[in-house]
Design a protein around this ligand. Sequence first.
Ligand code: NAD
Ligand code: UDP
Length: 386
Amino acid sequence: MAGRVDLDGNQIKPITICMIGAGGFIGSHLCEKLMSETPHKVLAVDVYNDKIKHLLEPATLAWADRIQFHRINIKNDSRLEGLIKMADLTINLAAICTPADYNTRPLDTIYSNFIDALPVVKYCSENGKRLIHFSTCEVYGKTIGAFLPKDSPLRQDPAYYVLKEDESPCIFGPIEKQRWSYACAKQLIERLIYAEGAENGLEFTIVRPFNWIGPRMDFIPGIDGPSEGVPRVLACFSNNLLRREPLKLVDGGESQRTFIYIKDAIEAVLLMIENPARANGHTFNVGNPNNEVNVRQLAEMMTQVYSKVSGESSIETPTVDVSSKEFYGEGYDDSDKRIPDMTIINKQLGWNPKTALWDLLESTLTYQHRTYAEAIKQAMSKTTAN
Ligand code: NAD
Ligand code: UDP
């Protein structure tokens, strides 16, 4: 760890990071990376710590003096400013960020993604502290191409669908499509952070993740989360596979996504942390443009991969179509296609994703099978017995 240098060959000094939302999916992987590969300290803020328990205990862990957990709800806790003041850098990951919530809990979604982030931005700006804020690829909304006729040849032209940080417009649906409450709140906090930079000199970096997936993402309903809960697609499909039930394709599974392995994405975040001069003032897409599939193809691939890692044959009817109204309720809408442009992150940080979709699904589903298969079997046999 001693000889770590940044991209310009300068020695990297150990820093203290206030990481808000450290107990979530991305936070847990970022904490793991910072503890095992860097000398930096983390003040980990969250309401939960289950996903980072392995980094906090026992006290004999090599990094025990470099990570502290603070159980704080940032909505209403006066300790937050003190922690931001103690740190050199704040990373804000805290958010409600599962699509099933955007149209059913729009107020909580808007408060979480905009109002609750305001004090974090303010404390960083007032105290001259650097901020890395997690936004989303969803701020782009729909592609321009989505509005062209279905058979238009222009739909094949990247100019109509590749998403560029400094050029693409943000295209959301009407207000009654409450799906867009999340994207709109994230867009406004991005604009506020940008304005704090322009008017008050805040040093900031904005991250737009494009479907980061991997172990510890979300929860398996009825096992380590509510039975009626609807997580993001990786956990929904994992749950269906573990229970040997058909994977549900919302509105035919035609929407397209690019998936990136969490470990590749975390490399990009570490480069931002350790190269402030190259990252400050920038908004970065972080995704893998080579891993594009539509949701139907994702379901087919996950079914094949799960069969391989579990040794179980797949069921007779592996998928079933459901309407978005039935699955998510009133007010759902969708992003049609998400290909990140990589020019800016390449130029500033020289970063590229590595892991192919099949490989990242194989390691993730191996984890899901090892972690949950037994618990699901027990839960299902209890239900049958009752
Ligand atoms: P996550 O839900 O696993 O993690 C968020 C964490 O924030 C949770 O542990 C939660 O307990 C915590 N949190 C929420 N509100 C809080 C509060 N008031 N006080 C304290 N802690 C609070 O989600 P994630 O996938 O790790 O996402 C992290 C960030 O990245 C979010 O801002 C999300 O919008 C953004 N993002 C992620 C993805 C992705 O692919 N995973 C995609 C787009 C955007
Ligand atoms: N989806 C699906 N079946 C599920 C869960 C999700 O067809 O069981 C679809 C969803 O409608 C969307 C895509 O999968 O088109 C990705 O959903 P996710 O929840 O991961 O979040 P998003 O990428 O939309 O932010």
